[in-house]
Design a protein around this ligand. Structure first.
Ligand code: IPD
Ligand code: CA
Ligand code: CA
Length: 266
């Protein structure tokens, strides 16, 4: 575990974004997966580049979003000694629509825990990164960048309504307990916005492991608290959709969780 390892991961995310992803921003053609979600040849090319480069840093296999689920499951079941988990472009809908908000997410997982997490936003050249126990940073600056709101009523909330139970979605829309709400379209970066306290609380109804593996470590190292909607710890495995509840501080998490539980969250 070393800061030079972390720096190499950041450098890899930045170089893949610059060399493989950004030359195709605004020109990439969309394709549709069996589940209806979008991907482009750029997602595949970025995944290939990361599969080639990350094992040069730590020589373990890479599990990528764009692999068949059968391959992901096999890799995951062989991962006790460590595995990379990547989302080559998080925010593909933004990427193909020309909305300048997407990122490269890289996690290194060992023993079921994320040990290194890096999320890179090529549009702003912002690298968010952490290693377990070492704090979280944005381009060298310790996170969070500001003090989170003290109370939910003052909070800026990231709420992605995808897969949120109907009763809870209705309550969020009609009796919102926070000051203001956003949904940026890149889960990995939204976790980093919690880490920076650009967002105070966050909710997503069902994320895949590559959506949260990197960002959840970065947020935790910045002082955030999180769980699934039922209060249990986040659970990583391919093929599983995990609802996430996050607060930029322990107090905010508790207040957010209490409100969600009282309004159809469990
Ligand atoms: C998606 C984004 C989006 C979230 C979806 C994810 P992708 O990831 O993070 O914000 O709402 O649940 O699948 O497909 O762009 O990698
Ligand atoms: Ca994603
Ligand atoms: Ca993706």
């Amino acid at each position: 575990m070393s800061s030079s390892t972390l720096q190499q991961i950041v450098d890899t995310a930045r170089s893949v974004a610059r060399e493989v992803i950004m030359p195709h921003f605004l020109t990439a053609q969309r394709n549709q997966k069996d589940d209806g979600s979008l991907f482009t040849v750029v997602d595949l090319a970025a995944q290939e580049a990361l599969i080639e480069r990350l094992p040069r840093i730590i020589d373990r296999p890479v599990l990528g979003e764009e692999m068949p689920e059968s391959v992901q499951l096999r890799l995951w079941h062989e991962s006790e000694d460590g595995i990379w988990c990547i989302d080559p472009i998080d925010g593909t809908t933004n990427f193909v629509n020309g909305i300048p908000f997407f990122g490269v997410a890289i996690a290194y997982i060992q023993g079921g825990r994320t040990r290194y997490g890096v999320v890179y936003n090529p549009m702003t050249d912002e690298a968010f990164y952490a290693h377990e126990g070492g704090g979280a940073f944005l381009n060298g600056n310790p996170l969070p960048l500001r003090t989170p709101a003290r109370h939910l009523m003052d909070a800026v909330a990231g709420v992605d309504f995808k897969r949120i139970p109907k009763a809870l979605g209705d309550a969020l829309a009609t009796q919102s307990p926070f000051y203001s709400q956003r949904n940026f379209g890149s889960s990995a970066l939204e976790w980093c916005f919690i880490a920076a306290a650009r967002l105070d609380v966050y909710l997503h109804g069902g994320q895949m492991m590559w959506d949260f593996a990197a960002g959840s470590l970065i947020a935790a190292e910045a002082g955030a608290r999180c769980s699934m909607l039922d209060g249990e710890a986040l659970d990583m495995a391919p093929g599983r959709k995990t609802p996430v509840v996050v607060g930029a501080s322990a107090d905010l998490y508790r207040e957010w969780m209490d409100w969600l539980s009282a309004h159809g969250g469990r």
